[in-house]
Design a protein around this ligand. Sequence first.
Ligand SMILES: Nc1ncnc2c1ncn2[C@@H]1O[C@H](COP(=O)(O)OP(=O)(O)OP(=O)(O)O)[C@@H](O)[C@H]1O
Length: 289
Amino acid sequence: MDTNVLNINGLTKNYKKFSLGPLDLQIEKGTAVAIVGANGSGKSTLFRLLMNVLQPEAGSIEWFGQNLLRKETEIKGEVGYVGDMLEPFGHLKIKELAALVSHWFPSWDEKYYSQLIKRYQVDEEVKFGKSSKGTKKKVELVLAMSHRPSVLLLDEPSAGLDISSQRKMKEDLISFMEDGEKSIILATHNVEEVKQICDFITILRDGKEVCTFMKDDIYDNWGRIWVEKFPQGLKNNPNIIAYEENPPQIVTNNIREMEDLLQTEQVRIINMQRVNLEEVIEYFVDTEQ
Ligand SMILES: Nc1ncnc2c1ncn2[C@@H]1O[C@H](COP(=O)(O)OP(=O)(O)OP(=O)(O)O)[C@@H](O)[C@H]1O
């Protein structure tokens, strides 16, 4: 049985000065995946394609094993989306907007909606268009969660949120994942969010997937090793992610194997250290592979 919530194959979108893809991506049910990349790397473009707000030049998108174009309504019922889709409704008060959105979703949970509106301290009498940037994000998040989706597709959900709302959002996303049946796809620039919420990290660079890795794998297996001199024979070793000549050092995704290898090559190890998630993300986001 296919346990993927999302299958993307050969997805391509071309703008005049930017191309996304071709992108292949699979997201497994029960996982939280961070999509990370520099400004303009294509995260929002990807998310809009996933909601069929934008149409691709090529490729296919399957949610829950079903083609997005063929089953759009059913799929959207299962996906809670945060990503600037509500701007056309700026003239409505937040409570009017919620009433409208509630009609789109048969699974709407009014009681949960009321709890969340209180929890995030949103004044429902204010017009959506007149709300602050952070309040708009809170409203989007509340509406996305209130129809009880099985996937949350979140494009920078904490951008502009005050500190207390950021904490509440993290708590709510962690409890959303608790039963093991739900999934989150999260575009963010916030490494703390990635650390606390996500299991996998996919890095986008100039519209292409650079790599996908498991967060825990970084903590368990990755490391930086300072050596007396760089072993030229190991330059193309697949376990070496990066190296610098001055002072000679290696970043590896398999610290134990690399240690053994260096001993065999009789290269003296000066120091070893675990790498942290920030430096790994920064490396992949910024470095031409
Ligand atoms: N409607 C459009 N027409 C032409 N180019 C566009 C359009 N929308 C986005 N782009 C371009 O596509 C590229 C990717 O933009 P996108 O918003 O997907 O990036 P992002 O990774 O979400 O960035 P950020 O982190 O800043 O939110 C950018 O170069 C942007 O200028």
